[in-house]
Design a protein around this ligand. Structure first.
Ligand SMILES: Nc1ncnc2c1ncn2[C@@H]1O[C@H](COP(=O)(O)OP(=O)(O)OP(=O)(O)O)[C@@H](O)[C@H]1O
Length: 473
């Protein structure tokens, strides 16, 4: 069962949080954010009775997934025991909310029926009348299994371009010549795990169907016959992880910086420009895809959550994401808000700057390694040696300042993504400051590091405690 706390925002001052980020618990009054897959073709009445728990997309039941997923590092840690402990410790802060047990079956039936009605009115530009509601035709469509099988050569291994914890991704060619990526949900042996994965998958579909931005993966459609499939625009360069860590060739600084700005703009869109704020929760190098011209696209919305306007944050259980990218308040308390993604973005930025992984082969955290170097503004030690000093020093400084701020331990000291974009692009005066005085850079970094509040050793011990608890399971 998902355990989730919702906190209502103090209007006009979204940053008025206690140091733990917790405030009094309010009953949920906001409009629910339903599993998005249902939202386009479904009328409100179908879900009006759902509680706040059914309100967030991508919800999961306790213990359904491993705590931390990092396929690239081969880590698969089970964290249920730890979360039982955390749950007991924080029992008063959690509220237990019922799940919509039948939502998947409901959604499959409704989805099929309603989509058929929308798409059957082919020539009606206005859209279809579904249960008294005019529904605009979406830009994506339903693919039948035969079409996907033909496109991928029957999902032949040669066309497999990626594999995550939940899904396999195949390259495919449609009969109209369009190259696609087909993300196929993998079947697990246990029925319960399958149900959970289906829930995640539908959550992902729901979110991705609602977003439209050059820096977010683009949904072309989905298939629900012969398994669940997402059909996405194909990214020819694969993931940032494969380019940054899996290739002999070093990525140019120009490309790295372009990718950094692109991801920041994509996150700004998700956090500030979408109808409802979307928190991705699993920002990492393997979830960033690259288009033909190296435009970054945020992908894998399997853990994403909608955050209704009035809530400052959710507290979720179990904690999911990838070790090395998790913010302190998230891995210690399950607190999720925009700043969860901002922290992960900071780690990603450090990976671009240094060419090092968030967690290396000896399980050392990049944040811990980089923090003293950032504090000392030590570009020489920080910059990826493979760059051989071939980088724009102003861009590098902006990237370092931004990373420093984003990995701040106190979430309130991390910038929002709109500010991050400004800093990276040198808007709002910061670039001039950077040019003028290196002391400004240093003071900004020290301020961001909030050394008095939460030292590196605090962080390190929290991180180690967290890891120990996980590994003890
Ligand atoms: N549109 C695409 N174009 C090209 N490659 C893709 C595309 N989508 C995914 N991939 C490749 O497939 C891999 C796995 O995809 P994805 O991260 O979506 O799967 P997942 O099972 O949800 O992963 P996770 O374990 O992070 O949840 C990616 O890292 C990437 O290499």
């Amino acid at each position: 069962m998902l355990v989730e706390e919702t906190i209502e925002e103090t209007k006009g001052n979204p940053e008025m949080e206690s140091p733990t980020g917790l405030r009094k618990m309010e009953p949920c009054e906001d409009e629910p954010s339903p599993r998005g897959v249902l939202e386009v073709p479904v009328t409100d009445s179908d879900y009006s009775s759902s509680s706040c728990a059914s309100s967030s997309s991508g919800e999961k039941t306790a213990g359904q997934r491993t705590l931390v997923r990092d396929i690239s590092n081969g880590l698969q840690w089970k964290g249920k025991g730890m979360f039982d402990a955390l749950k007991k410790k924080s029992a008063r802060r959690f509220s237990t909310i019922p799940l919509l047990g039948t939502s998947y079956e409901l959604s499959r039936r409704n989805l099929r029926r309603r989509l058929a009605r929308i798409w059957s009115s082919e020539d009606d530009e206005e859209g279809a009348d579904v249960d008294g509601m005019i529904v605009t035709k979406p830009s994506w469509r339903n693919f039948d299994f035969a079409e996907l099988a033909a496109a991928t050569g029957n999902f032949k291994p040669e066309n497999l371009v990626g594999k995550g914890g939940q899904a396999e991704v195949y390259k495919g060619l449609l009969s109209n010549g369009q190259i696609i990526a087909v993300k196929r949900l993998m079947k697990k042996e246990k029925e319960k795990e399958n149900e959970d994965r289906v829930g995640d998958f539908l959550g992902e579909l729901g979110i991705i169907a609602h977003i439209s931005h050059p820096n977010a993966a683009r949904l072309l459609g989905f298939g629900i016959d012969g398994g669940l499939h997402l059909v996405l625009q194909f990214s020819p360069h694969g993931s940032l992880a494969s380019l940054l860590f899996g290739s002999e060739e070093s990525m140019d600084w120009k490309v790295r910086f372009k990718v950094a700005v692109g991801i920041a703009e994509g996150l700004r869109y998700l956090h500030h420009e979408c109808h409802r704020r979307i928190i991705h929760r699993d920002i990492k190098a393997s979830n960033i895809l690259l288009t033909e011209d190296y435009e970054a696209q945020i992908s894998d919305f399997g853990l994403a959550k909608w955050l209704p306007e009035k809530w400052t944050h959710h507290v979720v259980f179990p904690i999911e994401g990838t070790f090395g990218y998790l913010s302190p308040e998230y891995f210690m308390h399950g607190i999720v808000d925009e700043k969860t993604d901002v922290f992960a973005y900071g780690v990603l930025l450090l990976e671009l700057i240094t060419g090092r992984r968030a967690v290396d082969s000896t399980q050392q955290s990049l944040v811990i390694w980089a923090k003293p170097l950032l504090d000392a503004s030590n570009v020489k030690e920080l910059a990826d040696p493979r760059l051989e000093d071939a980088f724009d020093p102003v861009e590098m400084k902006r990237a370092m300042v931004t990373a420093s701020m984003c990995i701040s331990h106190q979430s309130t000291k991390r910038p929002y993504m709109n500010r991050v974009v400004q800093i990276l692009k040198g808007e709002g005066g910061i670039v001039d400051q950077l040019k003028q005085k290196s002391s400004v850079v240093r003071s900004l970094m020290l301020e961001a590091c909030d050394l008095e509040d939460y030292t590196c050793s605090n962080y390190l011990s929290d991180l180690n405690r967290h890891r120990q608890l996980v590994m003890d399971q």
